[in-house]
Design a protein around this ligand. Structure first.
Ligand SMILES: [Zn+2]
Length: 673
């Protein structure tokens, strides 16, 4: 049963790994009555053992090596109660029994409530006992476990780990029982149960045990033609991809589990995703790969949270961003712009460093923990090269699997792989908040025998960052990319080129984390959402259209907008929303002298939304629809797309979205006589 682990253990023997204590749990859960009863066996590390249980659970029996011991409730924190037990000197094994009625599942919770709530919940439609919910006694920070789950026959249940056995006894009134083993040191146990239909596929592996792939879907989800099979096939594709890129998948199962709540969790050996989310077409192409990859980053190598969470950035880089790179250079560029755009929207006072990022609790944190951290890996790969980057990733996995690692362990792996110090690189990107505001202030060139010598004056705010920067040289007939290195607040950089360039652009493809200038920030809808002084212009006269437009404006803006005439839309002192039917909108744009409906949107969907930069005024956002009903259909979805510049809807369904490209200013080259 340890066949998969043996190669790892032989290659990297570790006392820390062997010492993890094992927790034995026998769990009985009846979701309909929400009754939970657990028998636990463990060897506490200390004689004076303290453990936490949810307030709904009462300890009913406790013995040490078969003899009764006293267990007392101690302090309480929120819904968590600490219990205390003093073990007799010679006793090894502690046996605990506890039971209670869990809180009911509240389907009105949103993802944030679920992430922050952490109370175990049960219901016949689905149960979730999260790792931090106090439903088991934790023997140590990291521990191995064996869990037997017993449920009514119409329910299925699982925890992360290897499925050792599974049985269904009797009919209807019978029970389902499954036994799971997690042999590696885990940092907690999440238990999920539901009235699921289970599908399975075995994924063969050349040099390791096969992986058991499963879907645990609700009946209606499972009935969608091809959906469960698609998840099984795509899970296999991702597991094979990352097995090759990083190192052998360290587990023998991977399951896609449907949640009645709008969650999105990646746990070892499984992902727990909201049933509604699982239906969305893009989940298999993006989120599934991201969650599969967390089996290596986060659940295979643990995060030392005290020193900053590196796993979201690395996972975003190797999943979400890598998929964009394989789609096209433009798609990858659009994602980098999105990161910088989101970051530019964060007020300077809210900037935090990567060392301070723990988890996605609010938008400002996500802009750093996901965007900046992913960009760090883009820059690192540009700095040390593709090959050293790949071997650094593999080395990090090999030395750190099932250990707790920090940014400095990543640094060490990439330093070994590249044979160079990356201290300055990691220090500035991990420890400093914000980013450099760097610009080329002048470009001068003089002719030489070989072509031309170009001198760039590069400036950034002090204290300066050490930057490896791409510069585009523009010639009359072509363009060429060169890299420069700067580390001072003001610096002259010379480049020898074969011909006289006419202009230069600094980092036009946005490959470096930095503060973009205003002119490089295409308007996105978030500017309307947070506007302090917004305007609404009605393009159409029909009362039902005007009514729908007012409702939409109230939903989009956080404050009530002023009315402005369609002819005055370029004169608003804050962001303007122009709403109406297609023909009326086209006429209003023409009257105002603004660019017409963008070609890529024209004729598509039942409603279109786009932003227009107004050269000498506040930006205008346009909502243009086929009819009043198509406008009303946007009420729910529209506020969710603040990061976008344009959207196409069919009814309430988003068909396409995007951010306008960011123009990089061209600095003309002054040619010396
Ligand atoms: Zn993630």
């Amino acid at each position: 049963m340890l066949a998969v682990l043996l190669p790892i253990l032989f290659l990297f023997p570790s006392a820390a790994r062997a010492e993890a204590p094992t927790l034995e749990l026998a769990v009985e859960l009846d979701p309909a009555t929400r009754r939970l009863a657990v028998r636990a066996d463990l060897s506490p590390a200390s004689r004076d053992f303290r453990f936490e249980l949810h307030e709904a659970l009462e300890v009913t029996a406790a013995t040490a090596d078969g003899k009764p011991v006293a267990v007392r409730p101690a302090e309480r924190r929120g819904f968590i109660r600490t219990w205390q037990v003093a073990l007799p000197p010679a006793a090894e094994r502690l046996h605990l029994e506890y039971a209670g009625t869990l809180p009911a599942l509240d389907r009105t919770l949103d993802h944030r409530d679920v992430v922050q709530g952490l109370s175990p919940v049960a219901s016949a439609e689905g149960s979730f006992l999260p790792s931090g919910g106090g439903w088991y006694p934790r023997p140590a920070a990291l521990f191995a476990y064996n869990v037997t789950l017993t449920m009514p026959g119409n329910q299925r249940a699982l925890v992360a780990g290897r499925l050792k056995s599974e049985e269904l006894a009797g009919h209807g009134s019978g029970h389902y029982r499954a036994r799971f083993e997690f042999a590696q040191p885990a940092d907690g146990i999440d238990l999920m149960a539901g009235p699921w239909v289970v599908r399975e596929k075995m994924m063969p592996r050349a040099s390791a045990e096969p992986v058991r792939l499963r879907t645990y879907f609700f009946r209606d989800l499972d009935a969608i033609p091809g959906l469960a099979e698609g998840y099984l096939d795509d899970s296999q594709r991702y597991l094979e991809r990352y097995g090759k890129e990083i190192g052998t998948y360290p587990f023998t199962e991977f399951s896609v589990v449907a949640s009645p709540l709008p969650t999105g969790f990646g746990m070892p050996t499984l992902t727990y995703l909201g049933a509604d989310v699982l239906k969305l077409p893009f989940i298999r192409a993006t989120s599934l790969g991201h969650e599969v990859l967390h089996n290596w980053w986060g659940n295979g190598v643990y995060v030392d949270f005290a020193q900053g969470n590196w796993s979201e950035g690395l996972t975003t880089f190797m999943a979400d961003y890598a998929y964009k790179e394989s789609e096209s250079a433009e798609a990858a560029g659009a994602m980098r712009l999105g990161w910088l755009r989101d970051f530019a929207a964060v007020p300077a006072g809210d900037h935090q460093s990567l060392a301070d990022f723990r988890s996605r609790t609010h938008g400002a944190a996500a802009a750093v923990g996901y965007g900046k951290a992913a960009m760090l890996f883009v820059m690192l790969r540009d700095t040390i090269g593709e090959e050293a980057f790949r071997s650094g990733i593999r080395a990090f996995w090999q030395t750190q699997n099932f250990r707790t690692a920090s940014w400095s362990d990543l640094q060490a792996a990439f330093e070994r792989a590249s044979g160079r110090s990356l201290d300055a690189f990691f220090k500035q990107w991990i420890n400093r908040a914000g980013g450099p505001a760097v610009r080329i202030t002048a470009a001068d060139a003089r002719r030489t025998a070989e072509g031309a010598r170009l001198t760039l004056a590069v400036e950034q705010n002090a204290p300066a960052y050490a930057l490896h920067l791409p510069v585009q040289l523009v010639f009359p007939d072509r363009a060429e990319m060169r890299w420069i290195d700067v580390d001072k607040a003001r610096q002259a950089v010379t480049l020898d080129v074969v011909a006289m360039p006419t202009g230069v652009r600094l980092d036009p493809e946005l490959q470096v984390w930095r503060m973009l200038g205003q002119e490089q920030l295409p308007p996105i809808l978030r500017q309307w959402v947070i506007a302090r002084n917004p305007y609404l212009a009605q393009a159409s006269a029909a009362p039902d259209v005007r009514e729908a437009s007012v409702a939409l404006a109230q939903r989009l803006f956080e404050v009530s907008p002023h009315a402005i005439a369609p002819g005055e839309i370029t004169k608003g002192s804050g962001p303007v929303l122009l709403a109406g039917l297609h023909a009326d909108v086209d006429a209003a744009l023409e009257r105002a002298g603004l660019p017409p409906r963008p070609e890529r949107l024209a004729g598509r969907g039942s409603a279109q939304v786009w932003t227009v930069a107004v050269p000498a005024g506040a930006p205008v956002a346009v909502i243009s629809a086929r009819d009043a009903e198509s406008l009303r259909a946007l009420l729910r979805p529209l506020p969710h797309y603040g990061a976008q510049s344009w959207l196409v809807f069919e009814g309430a369904r988003l068909v396409e979205r995007g951010v306008w490209p960011a123009p990089t200013p061209l600095i003309p080259v002054r040619a010396a006589p």
